[in-house]
Design a protein around this ligand. Structure first.
Ligand code: SAH
Ligand code: SF4
Ligand code: F3S
Length: 476
């Protein structure tokens, strides 16, 4: 792993020529993409720009794109049509970054049909964005800054975080799994893990800023350090803690245990783990670490062993179910959430029913459901037995109905219990109502006050709905 420290030379150059400029960053992807957006915003803020929500007032608009499904791509093209007029009226600099820029056919389409775009950069060249921006401003030229090769680990990027209570921290990047439907390994490159000292320092600094919850991010968080280990590198990193103690970190499990010791951080989450890498040491680390939330996101994708094989997921229906059972037996009160794809090529009614069967058996707290989307360059895109759109939608609706019934039924177990809720703020729709989340990530709405924001408070759950619970503050 090559760790590179970002230099600020171009940020300082922009600062000198920037006069009260404003920026807008539009995030279109997953949590890693959001985390990247916070770093792009950090670069712009350090360069002297101020954030605006009003695109017509922005001097720089950055799109941070996603290409995991077709609808994510469509959103970019829709929005580009809208910002064209700002370019024409105000000379706004339009920059596009993110995963979609790693796809050659997309960049070609941009060049042909959207020539007003100024800067195109990828996830591997984010650290060079200040240089690209500077050259675009000063030389008024079009810039294409994309690296085909896998990126390095970049440390020291400035960051403007969207939230003051919960923060996300990328611990690794890239993916080596090549699930046959998925574009991510092609656009994010191979797995590479951050140095644990850098991760520790970042979380420690978050705790000092008052953050209560961290989510450790990676395409496969539990493959942390695995790729380095497989490449024969010595991964026994000695991390120096605030109190001077030295701890060895050489795996995801040891990293979790280290983060668990940071005072002030009260909740630790992580996404996404891969079931195939869910080793016993990780289960033990979660069981032992009081701050690690007992909600595990365990992507299923399909409940059919045959489809799982075609997806290259490396586990069967039975192995997935026994992993769930093993985790349940070692971690009391643990709950699960998942990702499911319907309509993968060749999925039969019987295969689909296997997926429904797993949903019934596991009783998930939350299910993220997706209709299979063909991605150029992936193995599944070339499979001949693609499923008819009508059948895909029909299956999706059946899954959604079942998921909602199961989740609402499962929510009944909370009614009458007392849950520790991290209060996030006021509800978006009702000024009187405050909202927060349980350890299992359930939204709870209740009558509260401003002093509760950012605190973990006990709430008595009074009723359940599909997407949230209602609660009331209790007197201790
Ligand atoms: N690395 C993570 C998440 C990757 S993308 C993991 O392996 O779990 C997030 C989710 O998008 C995936 O879990 C999958 O359910 C979904 N997804 C990925 N590619 C897709 C495609 N081509 N069509 C539909 N859904 C897809
Ligand atoms: Fe995509 Fe599979 Fe990698 Fe997740 S593990 S990012 S689904 S290839
Ligand atoms: Fe999308 Fe890239 Fe994330 S493709 S899901 S933004 S890693």
């Amino acid at each position: 792993m090559d760790t590179i420290r970002m230099e600020n030379a171009y940020i300082n150059k922009i600062k000198q020529i920037n006069k009260n400029g404003k920026y807008a960053v539009l995030t279109m992807g997953c949590q890693l993409n959001e985390n990247d957006s916070e770093k792009i915003a950090g670069i712009l803020k350090e360069s002297g720009y101020e954030k605006t929500e009003d695109l017509s007032k922005a001097n720089v608009i950055v799109f941070n794109t996603c290409c995991v499904r077709e609808n994510a791509e469509d959103r970019l093209f829709g929005k580009l049509g809208e910002v064209k007029k700002y370019k024409e009226q105000n000379g706004t600099i339009i920059a596009i970054g993110g995963c979609m820029m790693q796809e050659k056919h997309i960049v070609n389409k941009l060049k042909e049909s959207y020539p007003f775009v100024d800067i195109v950069f990828g996830p591997h060249t984010m650290q060079d964005f200040p240089k690209d921006l500077y050259e675009s401003i000063v030389e008024n030229k079009k810039i294409e800054d994309i690296l085909d090769i896998d990126g390095n680990i970049i440390e020291g990027m400035p960051i403007v975080r969207d939230d003051k209570i919960k923060a996300s921290v990328a611990i690794m990047n890239g993916c080596n799994n090549f699930c046959t439907y998925c574009i991510v390994p092609y656009v994010r490159g191979r797995e590479r893990s951050r140095n644990p000292q850098d991760i520790y320092n970042e979380v420690l600094s978050l705790s000092k800023q008052g953050y209560k919850e961290v989510t450790l991010l990676g395409q496969n968080v539990n493959s942390y350090m695995v790729s380095e280990k497989n490449n024969g590198k010595d991964v026994n990193f000695e991390v120096k803690k605030e109190d001077g103690k030295i701890v060895t970190v050489n795996s995801f499990a040891t990293l979790l245990k280290l983060i668990n010791t940071i005072d002030g951080i009260e909740r630790i989450r992580f996404i996404s783990p891969h079931p195939k890498d869910f080793t016993d040491d990780v289960i033990e680390a979660i069981a032992e670490s009081n701050k690690v939330c007992k909600l595990i996101h365990l992507p299923l994708q399909s409940g059919s062993t045959r489809v799982l094989k075609d997806m290259n997921r490396k586990y069967s229906k039975e192995q997935y179910l026994s992993l769930v059972e093993k985790i349940r037996s070692k971690i009391p009160d643990v709950e699960f959430s998942t990702d499911i794809i319907v309509g993968f090529p060749g999925e039969t009614e019987e295969d689909f029913e296997d997926t429904l069967d797993v949903v019934i058996k596991v009783k998930y707290e939350q299910i993220f459901m997706f209709i299979y989307s063909r991605r150029v360059g992936t193995v599944a895109d070339k499979m001949e037995n693609q499923i008819d759109e009508k059948i895909k939608h029909e299956r999706f609706n059946r899954l959604k109905k079942l998921a909602e019934e199961e989740i609402e039924e499962g929510n009944k177990k909370y009614v009458g219990t007392i849950q520790k809720v991290l209060v996030e703020g006021k509800s978006k729709t009702n000024e009187e109502i405050y909202t927060g989340r349980t350890e299992t990530n359930k939204v709870v709405n209740f009558e509260g006050n401003n002093e509760m924001i950012g605190e973990i408070i006990p709430l008595k759950i009074t009723s359940q709905h599909v997407w949230y619970l209602k609660g009331e503050a209790i007197k201790l």
